[in-house]
Design a protein around this ligand. Structure first.
Ligand SMILES: NC(=O)CC[C@H](N)C(=O)O
Length: 201
């Protein structure tokens, strides 16, 4: 099967690192800034960065509604850190003007790990990732306060939920794109491939 085309929402944040990680995980990786570019991808990554800024730019660039529509239709989507916040159906303490794409029935707390420690690394066991724990890079990271019945918790750290999947949507508090370990991206590219296969049956 040909490689799936996976976009990275390229409005703000660590876009380049995700493009590299996706290419390593055998996807054709492309930045997405316009609705026409969104229409051409089989799946999309919402990167880390600043979630309020990304949200406002997505509205400004006319991408918010098309993104919501495609996620609702089942397009695979993976959000890291700020991207996780964007996938939450509800943010505990949103800043004014901050909207989300939604897609995962979860409540997210922004900058949750930040108060104790702005940035740190920790080994995280992620369900569905074989072998050693994933090296989790947490940068002013959110955690998930609670999930609904349809969401599956894939990992916890220090008693807090840090990785979640709900059907086509995957989210992590941490940044696998900043490490050389691309198993989370491989897991996501597998989700995209599975979706394409299901669609072509
Ligand atoms: N590294 C990150 O993506 C940080 C997320 C940031 N704290 C936010 O609210 O968007």
């Amino acid at each position: 099967m040909t490689s799936p085309v996976v976009g990275v929402l390229a409005l703000q944040g660590d876009v380049r690192e995700h493009l590299v990680a996706l290419a390593t995980a055998d996807a054709v990786a492309r930045p997405v800034r316009r609705p026409e570019e969104l229409a051409e991808v089989d799946g999309i990554v919402l990167p880390g960065g600043e979630s309020t800024t990304i949200s406002k730019l997505a509205v400004l660039f006319g991408l918010m509604e098309p993104l919501r529509a495609r996620v609702r239709e089942g397009m695979p989507v993976y959000g890291t850190c700020a991207g996780m916040i964007l996938l939450a159906d509800k943010i505990l303490d949103p800043r004014s003007g901050q909207e989300t794409v939604g897609g995962i029935d979860m409540i997210v707390r922004r900058n949750a790990f930040g108060r104790q420690n702005e940035s740190f690394e920790a080994a995280v066991d992620v369900r569905g990732v074989e072998g050693d724990p994933v090296e989790g890079v947490f940068i002013r990271a959110p955690w998930v306060e609670s999930v609904g019945a349809r969401a599956e918790v894939l990992a916890e750290y220090d008693g807090h939920i840090v990785a979640v999947r709900q059907e086509n949507a995957l989210a992590t508090s941490f940044h696998p794109e900043l490490t050389g370990d691309h198993r989370m991206h491989a897991l996501f590219v597998d989700m995209v491939r599975a979706k394409l296969m299901a669609g072509s049956l």
